[in-house]
Design a protein around this ligand. Structure first.
Ligand SMILES: Nc1ncnc2c1ncn2[C@@H]1O[C@H](COP(=O)(O)OP(=O)(O)O)[C@@H](O)[C@H]1O
Ligand SMILES: [Mg+2]
Length: 221
């Protein structure tokens, strides 16, 4: 489903070049749950941005359902991203002046929808799956960190992506909420989505089934 093949990204700092991501190779099957861990600065966000098609690697390829993301033009790439990739960036990304339900449905309107569809009932179903159906009419400012995170998972799933990726989705949560959020990712994988989560702590994953990739920073041996 997703193949990351020998991906590298070079950055330059203080006149010296270093590999922020250095020859990473792995695959995630439909229904697979992959966790990428590593210290701060080990290249987790850089790798995730490459997989999401937001950043071009200097080396290697990323293939999703047979399409090489690194070879697509901007228009094809943004269409593919909208249709096939649900991306939950680090930090908060919901729009404050839209309700939880409107935030969840929003990506539906950002892509081509030739067949129409009814995003609000789909959004409601997703909010129910995330356990926050009763918050549909609330505004983000009225939600806790854990509830906001669950809303952003619902939003990332609205277009039924083949691939769901999340950058440190539990970094601002206590352990109980982190476990709830991680088990929602595991459930999402079980429903047939390929899921990649980046985290620097793995305690919240106890009891879940996942495959693990550890990144090392260029400064370590
Ligand atoms: N645009 C950039 N230009 C130069 N260096 C960068 C850039 N983005 C990230 N870096 C560096 O690349 C390394 C990896 O960064 P990042 O992927 O954000 O790590 P992580 O998400 O694991 O904390 C860090 O040393 C960071 O300072
Ligand atoms: Mg990061």
């Amino acid at each position: 489903m997703l193949t990351v093949n020998n991906v590298s990204k070079l950055y330059r700092r203080g006149g010296r070049e270093f590999a922020a991501v250095d020859g990473i190779t792995f695959t995630v099957a439909k229904g697979g749950f992959t966790v990428i861990s590593g210290h701060s600065g080990s290249g987790k966000s850089t790798l995730l941005n490459i997989i999401a098609g937001l950043l071009k690697p200097d080396n290697g390829t990323v293939t999703l359902d047979g399409a090489d993301l690194t070879a697509l033009g901007d228009r094809e790439l943004s269409e593919l991203r909208n249709q096939k990739i649900g991306y939950i960036p680090q930090g908060h990304s919901v729009l404050e002046n839209l309700t939880v339900l409107e935030n969840t449905a929003l990506p539906f309107y950002l892509g081509k929808r030739p067949g129409g569809g009814e995003p609000y009932s789909a959004a409601k179903t997703l909010l129910t799956r995330m356990g926050i159906a009763e918050l549909a009419g609330q505004y983000p400012a009225e939600l806790s960190g854990g509830e906001l995170r669950r809303a952003s998972i619902a939003r990332a799933l609205i277009n039924s992506p083949a691939l769901l990726i999340a950058d440190e989705p539990t970094s601002d949560l206590d352990l109980d909420n982190a476990r709830t959020v991680m088990s929602l990712f595991a459930d999402t994988a079980n429903s047939g989505v390929a899921v990649i989560v980046v985290t620097h702590e793995t305690q919240s994953l106890e009891g879940l089934t996942y495959s693990s990739i550890k990144l090392k920073s260029g400064k370590e041996d």
